[in-house]
Design a protein around this ligand. Sequence first.
Ligand SMILES: *Cc1c(COP(=O)(O)O)cnc(C)c1O
Length: 448
Amino acid sequence: MTTFATGTDDTTRKRVLRTEIPGPRSRELQRRRADTVAAGVGSALPVYVTGADEGVLHDVDGNTLIDLGSGIAVTSVGNAAPEVVEPLRAQAAEFTHTCFMVTPYENYLAVCEELATLTPGEHEKRSALFNSGAEAVENAVKIARVATGRQAVVVFDHAYHGRTNLTMGMTAKSVPYKHGFGPFSSEIHRMPMSYPAWDATGGPEAARRVLDRIEKQIGGDQVAAVVIEPIQGEGGFVEPAAGFLPELSRWCAENGAVFVADEIQTGFCRTGTWFACEHEGVVPDLITTAKGIAGGMPLAAVTGRAEMMDSVPPGGLGGTYGGNPVACAAALGAIRAMRERDLAGAAGEIERRGLSRLRLLAQRSDRVLEARGRGAMLALELVGPDGHEPDPELTSRVAKACHARGVVVLTCGTHGNVLRLLPPLVIDPALFDEGLDVLEQSLFEQTG
Ligand SMILES: *Cc1c(COP(=O)(O)O)cnc(C)c1O
């Protein structure tokens, strides 16, 4: 058994490897899974989890792994955080469901009030609650179409918006998200993204390139919505050059189009502010949220300008489970934890600790094209020995080497060549540093 001291005296929050990863019991469950779970549902690291806490996952073989993925940016407040679990338990004991569209309840209202307060802009706002990020994006498009009476939806290269039919069409990457699943919805128009690691075009200039295309190919007066992630998630943690987002947002305001910020991954303190749009003072007309909103419970929202949101008549938005009372109780707890524990500040601290180390790695290795990120959304983009060609094989090998050492990291990017770190915002700094040590060791081991 290998125990790694982490500087915390809580023995449950240490990396402990008792078996190889995945261990024998996980491998046994993996065999059982193959006979019962559809092959199309993948797992980045098939260790079977029995418990989790602030920055660690405990598995069926008695191993404890460092979690630098947060279940894809979800457990920002920690896993089974007391601020989430206690109200969730209390709500579940009162009632678990009525359907807000049948007989409503108060905590749905309280979540919408929090969303109105926390999202950028001082204007009058309304929200509608859903179950998943994809559902929120779909509903943002529905609302934008009714509000404008137009149909065209502008999306970007490398975008990720979900796996339902409409959002698959909005997502850029074919394999594995779209391949074979068409036909997709019409009136989706893809535009070039500002991607500073590969293209030095400045933000405003990159935006003008997009706007010129919109005007020539779609017609400015045909655009219902421009939908963009302020920092792209699955697409490779792509942070557009300064000025790109404000210019798109300004154009939307001038042309009667709805500017939709998909903050499903970047929202709720992940990037060091409540929402990533705040970094450049951009105020979206509609904002979609999910992932970090409810400490792991399924909840999503569209929040936006009252006159746009209210353009859809009663009955036009909803769903059986949308804004489930247990999920709403969890969200109120998660938001309280973010506020009281200053988790936006904690994300900034993770950036200060992590990004400098990743930048050093980039200087020391010619296989790292760029270290980048904001807050607790950090990435390394890896390339081949020529220093230019994206290297997904290397990326996958480094991720697997981290996994074997008990550190959960994820990959992303259109070319699959980006290693991404999404630690819980409450992670112990010593544990985070240890995860970075393992990443460094794994990178140099795999690049020789
Ligand atoms: C994860 C994600 C989605 C989809 O959310 P689901 O809950 O998986 O449907 C949409 N947009 C962005 C930016 C995401 O990161």
